[in-house]
Design a protein around this ligand. Structure first.
Ligand code: ACO
Length: 311
């Protein structure tokens, strides 16, 4: 027998209406949203590092200004998402503790290094491209604050994707060395960007329930497939090769067949054993410690303001 609250919740979901912070919701719904939204926020914040690495070395003033804007956008995305998660009853401090203690997950993709300028192009094109494919459907997520945050995030991600594509296009029209650099970056980022969508559907414990609750609208494999379909024509325009010898159009399925993702590598990265996991966490921990005085000053300022308004 369903309670009235549960019945109302189920009806809202069935009618494509939104669940808002003050509405009743099942504990498991709240928990999975906190899990997904906080992981997403952490990904944006850790995701500032691989590109932050190139701000001081961007090849022109214009490139530097664009890259700085992009990294700042990511900080903004992290902050909206932390705010969205806070509406579910977790505090910013709790989430930050989970991140810097190494308990929280964040996207596997940000544990790979960025040795060349072409990595800025490949990240924009492939990583932000994958983020868009994953996040556009999240604009329709059943939880209001998450879906609304995604609208602006996706607009900014589209700009990020275009700027990455344009970096690669410029390199591909340059010298032989620049072309090699662009192709090398695509070779290194292609497979990790496909893994971003998460484990295959038959190994994705959260998908079925998240689809039923209309948090997720498509499965991990569906989105991955859609992403590859978008990449193929863009790779042709760029003149780069996608590093999958098994990638080919299948007339019967109406989709691309593709090679097997290295899932051992993916799960190793999730366990903290990727090429840059330790470095990324250490950097965030240091930034957090060095920023303590800012948090203290802000809290003190807020305390004084509150006293003033009382007086
Ligand atoms: N990196 C790290 N962890 C991952 C990844 C990944 N690429 N993909 C899946 N996982 C984790 C899941 O978080 C889950 O772990 P948990 O149960 O401990 O939380 C586990 O692997 C199993 O995966 P699923 O059951 O498929 O999990 P879920 O239904 O949450 O789907 C997905 C994973 C697709 C990433 C989903 O959470 C999502 O869409 N999140 C929002 C988008 C996002 O976080 N993007 C971040 C990268 S892009 C960016 O914006 C900067």
């Amino acid at each position: 027998e369903l309670s009235d609250e549960e019945r109302i919740f189920n009806e809202l979901i069935a009618n494509e209406q939104r669940i808002e912070p003050r509405d009743w919701m099942p504990d498991a719904y709240r928990k999975t949203l906190i899990r997904q939204i906080s992981q997403h926020a952490h990904s944006e914040i850790i995701g500032m590092q691989p590109e932050g690495n190139w701000i001081t070395r961007a090849p022109s003033l214009k490139r530097k200004a664009i890259l700085m804007a992009k990294v700042q956008d990511e900080a903004g995305h992290g902050l909206y998402l932390y705010s969205a998660a806070q509406t579910l009853g977790i505090t910013r401090d709790e989430m930050m503790d989970q991140l810097i203690s190494g308990k929280a997950k964040y996207s596997s993709i940000f544990n790979y290094p960025t040795p060349t300028w072409a990595d800025m192009g490949a990240i924009g094109w492939l990583v932000d491209g994958a983020a868009i494919a994953n996040q556009v459907p999240l604009c329709r997520a059943s939880y209001g604050p998450y879906g609304r945050a995604m609208v602006r995030v996706c607009k900014e991600e589209s700009f990020h994707q275009r700027q990455g594509f344009e970096i690669l296009l410029t390199l591909m029209q340059g010298s032989e060395e620049q072309k090699r650099m662009a192709q090398d970056a695509v070779n290194r980022w292609y497979w990790p960007s496909l893994a971003m969508f998460g484990p295959p559907d038959d190994q994705s414990p959260n998908s079925a329930q998240s689809m039923a609750w209309k948090i997720k609208r498509f499965t991990n494999d569906e989105l991955r497939q859609r992403f590859v379909g978008m990449l193929v024509p863009q790779a042709e325009i760029l003149g780069v090769t996608l590093p999958d010898p098994d990638l080919k159009w299948n007339d019967e399925t109406g989709e691309y067949d593709m090679g097997e993702i290295d899932w051992d590598e993916f799960f190793q990265v999730l366990r903290g054993n990727g090429p840059c996991n330790a470095e990324r966490l250490e950097r965030r921990r240091t930034a957090h410690e060095e920023g303590a005085w800012v948090r203290e000053a802000a809290a003190e300022y807020a305390r004084k303001q509150a006293l003033k308004t009382k007086a």
